[in-house]
Design a protein around this ligand. Structure first.
Ligand SMILES: [Zn+2]
Length: 190
């Protein structure tokens, strides 16, 4: 898990699905390049160079407003969010790793791998459907708007590395768990 949350100049996360994050090294680099300001630090995690000791930034904010893309990235994670982690053939809920991308019009018949032809299916339903074209998903696949994905993802539990993120990410605190990143001593040699 990356250590640093990145906010846009308006203090909203640069991206929500997934959350915009950086490794601490990337964050420190941007601080030195004067592209971001640090607004929160880890209180118990420091990095050292021969001349400087600094806390690892937990939240940084971009100095300039970044116009964010208003389209949803086509990937399995966002497909699962769109389909509520539900197999679109049997209606059961699954974890991401147990869901597969099912082509409504099979690829062998020219079906594309895109928002309007891919529905999430469990392994069993995917195998059962195979190349058939007479079996339709419960809901025909569609291209979701960013707002739909963002509001759905904010209703799912999230693990973050630092409690300082909570005021900025817009999740209900009851859905947030904090898991401190493992602090490897070797990192301190940077
Ligand atoms: Zn199924």
């Amino acid at each position: 898990m990356n250590a640093t949350l990145v906010l846009n100049a308006d203090y909203s996360p640069l991206g929500v699905a997934p959350l915009s994050t950086l490794t601490w090294k990337e964050a420190v680099k941007l601080v030195y390049l004067n592209q971001v300001d640090i607004i929160e630090n880890y209180s118990d995690w420091f990095v050292h160079s021969p001349s400087v000791t600094m806390p690892v930034p937990s939240v940084v904010v971009s100095k300039t407003f970044v116009k964010s893309g208003r389209t949803v990235k086509f990937n399995k994670s966002n497909l699962c969010i769109r389909d509520d982690y539900t197999c679109q053939y049997c209606g059961e809920k699954f974890e991401l790793k147990s869901l597969t991308m099912e082509h409504v019009t099979p690829r062998c018949l020219g079906g594309k791998t895109n928002w309007t032809n891919v529905a999430m299916a469990c392994n069993r339903c995917n195998t059962r459907k195979g190349h058939r074209t007479d079996v339709n998903p419960m809901r025909m696949p569609y291209k979701p708007l960013i707002g739909e994905i963002v509001s759905k993802v904010k209703k799912t539990p999230i693990v973050i590395p630092n409690e300082n993120w909570i005021p900025y990410i817009g999740w209900s605190p009851s859905l947030v768990s904090v898991r401190k990143p493992y602090i490897d001593k070797s990192m301190l040699q940077e």
